[in-house]
Design a protein around this ligand. Structure first.
Ligand SMILES: [Fe+2]
Length: 294
């Protein structure tokens, strides 16, 4: 890592996510009884918590059943303005939201922009924490790995890996973790994994030119038992397990994948290794060491 990248101002975590769902009752049940997040109704949908942050996930009523926005955190207002200046210089459109709009997302400051595939991206600082209202999982999950590592990770499709990498790396400050090439018939699907904190990847990009952007989001729980119990809850709720229990080659996460009410997957895992200062970029030819069978 050069001094330049070590000191570069950028986003520090995925702090929240917004998705659209056409069946909010199913989402309420899924969040509460399968994933173990706490959930409450809003005027336009649902919002959920997995820790002391006031909101980690919004589910808005909508038929797109896809991601609506991703919120990334920066340290403070100065960092937000630095990122804005950089995005402006790179030719991306940015808009500083007013105070009431920022408040809607539980932030003191909010910058809106779009990634090259059109996804609404929020850069926020001063996110609202509620340690005075301790998070209690309604499904008895012992805890979610969040804090400095943020909400979890997302895997997005993109029509142009080069354009997407320019935006997320040069624009937002992500750094590459590693690459995974999956054989797809005679071709390969080349995935890029990126980090902005100790979490192995906060963002992965898949060069698949399809309208749906979100392939899955991931929640990391505190113990292997939380994964096993989550799998039992998903099975009992008759959810579709889209990928069996398995361990990934790159982040070493032990996880399973379950289909959400919107059709994209949620990965539910434990035990990922973390990025340290001596991290070096590697490549893999498979997604999993074992398991993750479709
Ligand atoms: Fe994942």
């Amino acid at each position: 890592m050069t001094n330049e990248t070590a000191t570069k101002v950028g986003v520090t975590s995925l702090t929240y996510l917004g998705v659209a769902g056409s069946d909010l009752d199913a989402w309420d049940n899924f969040l509460t009884n399968v994933l173990g997040a706490s959930c409450e109704k809003t005027e336009t949908g649902l919002r959920a918590r997995t820790d002391e942050q006031e909101t980690r996930l919004w589910v808005e009523q909508g038929d797109s059943n896809d991601i609506q926005f991703a919120g990334f955190e920066v340290d403070d207002e100065a960092c937000l303005l630095t990122v804005k200046a950089r995005l402006d210089e790179m030719g991306y459109e940015t808009e500083l939201a007013d105070r009431s709009q920022a408040k809607k997302y539980g932030a003191l400051g909010l910058l809106k922009t779009k990634d090259p595939d059109g996804l609404e991206i929020h850069i926020v600082f001063g996110i609202n924490l509620r340690p005075d209202l301790p998070f209690v999982s309604p499904a008895g999950v012992s805890g979610f790995v969040t804090g400095d590592q943020g909400f979890g990770h997302i895997v997005l499709t993109t029509a142009s890996m080069d354009d997407a990498r320019r935006f997320y790396q040069q624009g937002l400050g992500f750094e590459v973790s590693d690459f995974v090439s999956l054989p797809m018939g005679e071709q390969t699907l080349d995935l890029t994994f990126m980090h902005c904190n100790g979490r192995h990847h906060t963002l992965a990009l898949a060069p698949v030119p399809i309208p749906n952007r979100l392939l899955h989001f991931m929640l990391q729980v505190d113990s292997m038992d939380d994964v096993g119990l989550g799998l039992e809850r998903a099975t009992a709720a008759e959810c579709t397990i889209t990928s069996s229990l398995g361990r990934h080659t790159n982040d070493h996460m032990v996880s399973f994948y379950v289909r959400s009410p919107s059709g994209f997957d949620v990965e539910y895992g434990y035990g990922a290794r973390e990025i340290g200062p001596d991290w070096t970029v590697k490549q893999y030819q498979a997604a999993s060491i074992w398991g993750h069978k479709k």
